[in-house]
Write a protein that binds this ligand. Structure first.
Ligand code: NDP
Length: 247
């Protein structure tokens, strides 16, 4: 299957590192022009530059998805770049604690970043998609949103809510050929998991059917597929990329 995203413009939030960076690289590798967004402008510039050096098309964009003027920022991006055909709501944070000790600030910070931002950004971006009768919205959730995880009540709630968001919006705008899907990664090898000791890693891997942590590209390929023309009949779904950690 040849995925060709030439002529499509994608906005990826949280593209300065980790999973978002991989998504940006793979979308660009399939021909899309990618707006790589995050707070750290230097980092997104570097990602965009290395995508361009590899022959792709990308622009680094400074964007704080929790800023009060995030809607204005998205509107100016749309004016500047005409359209966003593929939106990947990827940026997300954790602020873990046992529920009994969890500070209201930690609850609010995680929900604002992981959930409220998807509402604000998607609402701005989707209008043009509806008018164009084509669009792909991909929300990066987590298997934790479905299975729960001790110490992550705020994070799990935000990721579960993103799934409800995905399914409901899919029903509202399916008639306009705009698809809305979620990708739910399991344990992915990132800077965070790299520092785990051998024993902790083996315990983690023992819980995964495929007996390995996922890579950022495992997630990115799933996103590229959902962004493709070929995935045009898939909407309102959650694609688990967890190696069988959660089935
Ligand atoms: P990282 O912490 O490596 O990267 C997070 C990204 O989000 C960075 O680019 C960061 O950039 C950006 N970001 C954070 N806050 C904001 C903000 N307020 N405005 C704009 N950008 C922001 O995370 P991962 O790559 O590991 O995770 C990416 C997504 O995948 C998240 O939604 C996460 O919940 C989800 N996920 C990750 C898993 C894993 O194992 N890693 C498992 C399941 C889901 P900057 O700081 O420059 O703004």
């Amino acid at each position: 299957m040849n995925i060709d995203l030439k002529g499509k413009r994608a906005l990826v939030t949280g593209a300065s590192r980790g999973i978002g960076e991989a998504i940006a690289r793979r979308l660009a590798g399939s021909g899309a022009t990618v707006l790589c967004a995050a707070r750290n402008l230097e980092a997104v510039h570097a990602v965009a530059e290395s995508i361009r050096a590899a022959g792709g098309q990308a622009v680094g964009v400074a964007l704080d998805i929790t800023a009060p003027d995030v809607r204005d920022r998205i509107r100016s991006l749309l004016e500047e770049h005409q359209s966003i055909d593929v939106l990947v709501n990827n940026a997300g944070i954790t602020d873990d604690d046992l529920f009994i000790r969890m500070k209201p600030e930690a609850w609010t910070r995680v929900l604002r970043t992981n959930l409220d931002s998807a509402f604000h950004i998607t609402q701005e971006v989707v209008k043009k998609m509806i008018r164009a009768r084509w669009g792909r919205i991909i929300n990066i959730s987590s298997v934790v949103g479905m299975m729960g995880n001790a110490g992550q009540v705020n994070y799990a709630a935000s990721k579960a809510a993103l799934i409800g968001f995905t399914k409901s919006l899919a029903l509202e705008i399916g008639s306009r050929s705009v698809t809305v899907n979620a990708v739910a990664p399991g344990f992915i090898r990132t800077a965070m998991t790299e520092v785990l000791g051998q024993e902790a890693r083996e315990v983690l891997e023992g819980r995964i059917a495929l007996r390995r942590l996922g890579t950022v590209d495992d997630v990115a390929y799933a996103v590229v597929f959902l962004a493709s023309e070929q995935a045009g009949y898939i909407t309102g779904t959650v694609l688990n990329v967890s190696g069988g950690l959660y089935t």
